[in-house]
Design a protein around this ligand. Structure first.
Ligand SMILES: C[S@@+](CC[C@H](N)C(=O)[O-])C[C@H]1O[C@@H](n2cnc3c(N)ncnc32)[C@H](O)[C@@H]1O
Length: 315
């Protein structure tokens, strides 16, 4: 990857991923694309560490969101070593409880009780989906699911979609991650908060993140550290009888190469797979201009979902 490719990656982030969700990040990413000093710092890093999301979250963690491209440039010029070191320590592990509202209608198709296994679970916030309350806004009116006196997840449904009457019964939950995050650790909390983009959804996202982390800390799931393809067979073999296993993959399989995706498919043969991944990762649907993910169950595409949750469009 040369400097032009990297600049193009930052422009794509500005134009597609952040344009609506975070105009401030879109402007900063556009400035990075024109800034040789910042591009050189990134080109010195391993490829996986050059992502816009990672650079911007590290800047935010270390000194707040830069006001503009000039301030971003000055901070990199003055503090490049510290920024580089922090980028090397951290990974983008955004864990967004609002994604649960996109998963629920698909999960309702599986008969419970469920044993939920999430691959790439980060801090495990999606494994708590039965403990959240949901408020779906549909053309026919509001549809509420689950308890309404705690964390509430809002979701707009653009089209006809069967919505569940209740949350699923989850009797066992396991999270696999090569770097599982502890929801009770203050450093984890600070990093997950830094990963929330400034923009129209910022305050609502933080208002969900904090209680979701508290819930996950109060109800720890079984945590497995390691590569998901290697760990899955052992985890699936160890699940208790009497519950239907469902493997959940949300914004994770996209990080796997073709061989690892084939390994995932082999490891999950005969088991329900609920996925919320970019088009082409699990199911082949047309790439989406709004960067939405496809929610699928057992390879059947069901609906498109906003990447950070909040809106679904049935296919
Ligand atoms: C973007 S986060 C998604 C977190 C959560 N699934 C969600 O949607 O809110 C992706 C997670 O996948 C994990 N991950 C990526 N590749 C992995 C692998 N091969 N094995 C285990 N975990 C992996 C990362 O560590 C990270 O926590």
């Amino acid at each position: 990857m040369d400097r032009d490719d990297l600049a193009a990656r930052y422009r794509r982030f500005a134009d597609v991923e952040a344009a609506v969700a975070s105009p401030q990040y879109a402007a900063l990413a556009r400035a990075v694309a024109e800034d040789p000093l910042v591009l050189d710092l990134l080109l010195d890093l391993p490829r996986i560490k050059r992502q816009p999301n990672l650079l911007l979250a590290v800047l935010r963690l270390l000194g707040g969101v830069p006001a503009d491209g000039a301030q971003l440039h000055d901070r990199v010029a003055a503090d490049g070593d510290r920024i580089r070191a922090e980028i090397l320590t951290r990974a983008t592990q955004t864990n967004e409880p609002a994604r649960a509202a996109s998963l629920l209608p698909a999960l309702a198709r599986v008969e419970g009780p469920l044993a939920l296994v999430e691959v790439g679970c980060s801090a495990g916030l999606l494994l708590q989906l039965d403990r959240y309350g949901y408020r779906y806004a549909t053309a026919a009116g509001e549809h509420r699911v689950g308890r309404q006196d705690g964390l509430l997840v809002d979701c707009t449904v653009d089209g006809e979609l069967a919505l569940p009457a209740d949350v699923p019964q989850v009797v066992h939950r396991v999270g696999i991650d090569r770097n599982p995050l502890d929801p009770a650790d203050p450093d984890t909390v600070a990093w997950l908060r830094a990963l929330v983009w400034p923009g129209p959804q910022h305050d609502a996202r933080l208002a969900r993140l904090d209680p979701a982390l508290a819930l996950a800390a109060a109800h720890p799931h079984e945590r497995v550290t390691g590569d998901l393809v290697e760990e899955l067979p052992g985890v699936l073999a160890g699940l208790p009888d009497g519950a239907t296993p469902v493997v959940l993959a949300s914004m994770t399989l996209v990080y796997l190469d073709d061989d690892a995706r084939a390994g995932f498919a082999e490891a999950t043969a005969g088991v329900h797979v609920l996925a919320a991944e970019a088009p082409g990762v699990v199911v082949d649907v047309r790439p989406d201009p709004h960067d939405r993910v496809v929610v699928s169950l057992d390879g059947e595409p069901l609906h498109l979902a906003a990447p950070h949750g909040g809106a679904i469009t049935p296919l």
